[in-house]
Design a protein around this ligand. Structure first.
Ligand SMILES: [Ca+2]
Ligand SMILES: [Ca+2]
Ligand SMILES: [Ca+2]
Length: 496
C-alpha cells in the first residue's frame, strides 16, 4: 500500500510537471543543436579531456540526450566529456529528443599521440665564428634615390676591420660597424662588395645593385576591373608561433611537407576568405602584391585587418615598396610606415634575431637576438597540437629575421593576459586607426607615412607591395607568443 501510494504521488507529480513543461515548448519545434565553434572538428591529445557543450534550442526537462560512438551510447546528459588514451579519429553523435521529435548532430574529434612534457631547448654555445647578417643583398633602386647598406648583426666580429669596394674603388678600412650609402645616379648595374678582415682570414659579401629608371616608369594605374584585395602572396616567412601551422578547432593549417610556394597559395586562399594567418613571433612576415599600383592619396590608402581586442593588440609593422625595376617581384627597396612609436625609445631599427630549430618535437623554440638577449616561443598544445612550430618550408637549422622592433608591454596577472595597443600605425593593433571599414573593423594606413633610411618622408607616389611583420617579442603563459595576425590586405580606395 505504501509502495502504491508512493507510485501514485510520483505519477501525479510527474504528470503535472510534464504538463507544465509542455506548455513551455513552442508547438511543433524539434530541438536545435549548434556549437560555439564554427566547425564541428576538435583536436586533443591522448589522455586529455574535452567537454562538448552544444548550444541547444527547444529543449525542456522532458528532453532526452544520447551521445554515442559507433552506435554505443556513452552519455545521457546534455554535455559530454570525452577522453581516451587511444589516438585516432572519433565521430560522436548527439541525439536530442523532445516531444516533437529528434535532432542529430555529429562532431569529429582527432586524438593525437600524447605529447611528452614540453622540452625547453637550450641555445647552442657560441662557436666563436665570425658571422654577419644582412636583411637584403640584392637591391633595385630608382634613379635619384639613395639606399643604406649595412649588416643588421655581426657575431664574433671583435677586432675585425671592414672595407667597401664599389665598382673597383675601395674605401678606407674601418673597425666601426660598416655602413654604405649608395646614391643611385646612373641607370645600370653596380657591383658592391664588403670585406671583413679578421686575424687569420677575410670574409666577403657581394651586393647586386641595379639603378632603375625614375619612379613612375612601371606604375600600374588602377582600372575599373582592378580588385581591392591582394592578388598574390610573394612570401610567407613566419617566425615560430603557436597558431602558424594549425589551430585546435580547425586542425592543420597547411598541407604536410608544404613548400614555400604552396604555403603562399594557402595564405592567399585564406586572405580571400578573410581567414587568419599568424606571422608567429618577432620578425615573421608576409609579403603581398596587387593587380595595380596603390596610390598615395595623403589619406588612408591601405586596409589591413587583424584580430585585435581592446585588451589584446599584437602590433605588426607595415612596410611598403614600389616595383622599381618593373619585374613584378618584391626585390626593390622597403620603406617602413612610421607608426606612433617610430623614432621613439619604444622603437628599434636594424634589429635582428635568430631562432634555433628544436631537436625534439613538442618543444618550445629558443631565440637569441643581436644584443645577446634570449627567449622562447612556448609550445602550447592547447592551442595547436601539431608536433612542431617550425614550418616545413622554413629550411635550415636557424632562422634569422631583420627589421624594426617595438617594445613589448604585455602583462600576465591572475591568469589574465593584457597586451595594450599603441596609439596608431600598426597592423593587428587596436589603435585609433582600427576603425569601421566596408569589411568591418579593420586597420587603415597611409602610404604617406613611409620613411626612408634617413627617417625622412619617402614621398612615394604609389606602392606595389606590402609587407607586414610581427614587431614585438615575448609571450604570456596562456596566449603564447605575441604574434601579429592578418586576415585581409587591400587597397582602401577600391573598397569604398
Ligand atoms: Ca592578434
Ligand atoms: Ca621588383
Ligand atoms: Ca597572435
Amino acid at each position: 500500500m505504501k509502495r502504491f501510494m508512493t507510485r501514485l504521488i510520483l505519477l501525479i507529480l510527474c504528470s503535472s510537471w510534464i504538463c507544465a513543461c509542455q506548455e513551455d515548448t513552442p508547438k511543433g519545434h524539434l530541438p536545435t543543436i549548434r556549437w560555439e565553434e564554427t566547425s564541428r572538428r576538435f583536436r586533443i591529445q591522448a589522455g586529455e579531456a574535452l567537454t562538448l557543450i552544444p548550444i541547444l534550442g527547444y529543449t525542456d526537462k522532458q528532453t532526452t540526450y544520447a551521445w554515442s560512438i559507433e552506435g554505443e551510447t556513452v552519455c545521457k546528459e546534455a554535455e559530454y566529456t570525452f577522453t581516451t588514451t587511444v589516438p585516432g579519429t572519433y565521430f560522436i553523435l548527439l541525439r536530442v529528443s523532445n516531444a516533437f521529435g529528434t535532432a542529430e548532430d555529429e562532431v569529429k574529434i582527432t586524438v593525437s599521440e600524447k605529447a611528452p612534457s614540453q622540452t625547453t631547448p637550450e641555445l647552442p654555445p657560441n662557436d666563436g665564428k665570425f658571422r654577419w647578417h644582412f636583411a637584403q643583398t640584392v637591391f633595385h633602386v630608382s634613379q635619384g634615390r639613395s639606399i643604406r647598406i649595412s649588416p643588421s648583426w655581426i657575431e664574433n666580429g671583435e677586432g675585425a676591420s671592414y672595407r667597401w669596394t664599389l665598382n673597383g674603388t675601395e674605401t678606407e678600412p674601418t673597425t666601426e660597424k660598416p655602413c654604405f650609402i649608395f646614391s643611385a645616379t646612373e641607370v645600370g648595374e653596380q657591383k658592391l662588395t664588403l670585406t671583413a678582415q679578421l686575424d687569420s682570414a677575410s670574409v666577403t659579401q657581394e651586393f647586386g645593385i641595379t639603378v632603375c629608371p625614375p619612379e613612375g616608369t612601371f606604375r600600374r594605374e588602377a582600372s575599373a576591373s582592378s580588385r581591392a584585395e591582394a592578388n598574390r602572396v610573394y612570401a610567407y616567412r613566419p617566425a615560430p608561433g603557436a597558431m602558424v601551422n594549425g589551430y585546435k578547432i580547425i586542425g592543420p593549417g597547411f598541407p604536410p611537407g608544404c613548400t614555400h610556394e604552396e604555403a603562399c597559395d594557402t595564405v592567399l586562399s585564406h586572405l580571400n576568405r578573410q581567414w587568419m594567418t599568424s606571422l608567429g613571433g618577432w620578425g615573421g612576415y608576409l609579403i603581398v602584391g596587387f593587380d595595380h599600383s596603390i596610390a598615395n592619396s595623403g589619406e588612408y590608402d591601405l586596409c589591413i585587418k587583424g584580430n585585435p581586442f581592446n585588451y589584446q593588440s599584437e602590433p605588426g609593422i607595415i612596410w611598403v615598396s614600389q616595383d622599381e625595376n618593373g619585374d613584378g617581384q618584391p626585390n626593390d627597396t622597403w620603406y617602413e610606415l612610421a607608426g606612433s612609436e617610430y623614432g621613439t625609445a619604444n622603437w628599434e631599427a636594424d634589429y635582428a634575431m635568430t631562432y634555433h630549430r628544436p631537436s625534439q618535437p613538442y618543444s618550445a623554440v629558443a631565440w637569441q637576438d643581436k644584443h645577446g638577449e634570449t627567449g622562447l616561443i612556448p609550445y602550447l598544445s592547447y592551442w595547436n597540437p601539431e608536433p612542431s612550430y617550425w614550418q616545413d618550408w622554413m629550411e635550415g637549422e636557424t632562422l634569422t629575421f631583420h627589421g624594426s622592433r617595438l617594445a613589448s608591454r604585455h602583462s600576465y596577472e591572475n591568469g589574465v593576459s593584457k597586451l595594450p595597443a599603441y596609439p596608431w600605425g600598426y597592423a593587428d593593433n587596436d589603435g585609433n586607426d582600427n576603425t569601421s571599414t566596408p569589411i568591418g573593423k579593420a586597420g587603415l594606413f597611409k602610404i604617406n607615412h613611409a620613411r626612408n633610411w634617413e627617417g625622412r618622408e619617402a614621398n612615394l607616389a604609389y606602392i606595389d607591395f606590402v609587407k607586414v611583420q610581427s614587431a614585438q617579442t615575448g609571450y604570456t603563459p596562456n596566449l603564447g607568443e605575441i604574434s601579429t595576425e592578418v586576415y585581409y590586405i587591400g587597397d582602401y580606395h577600391l573598397m569604398k
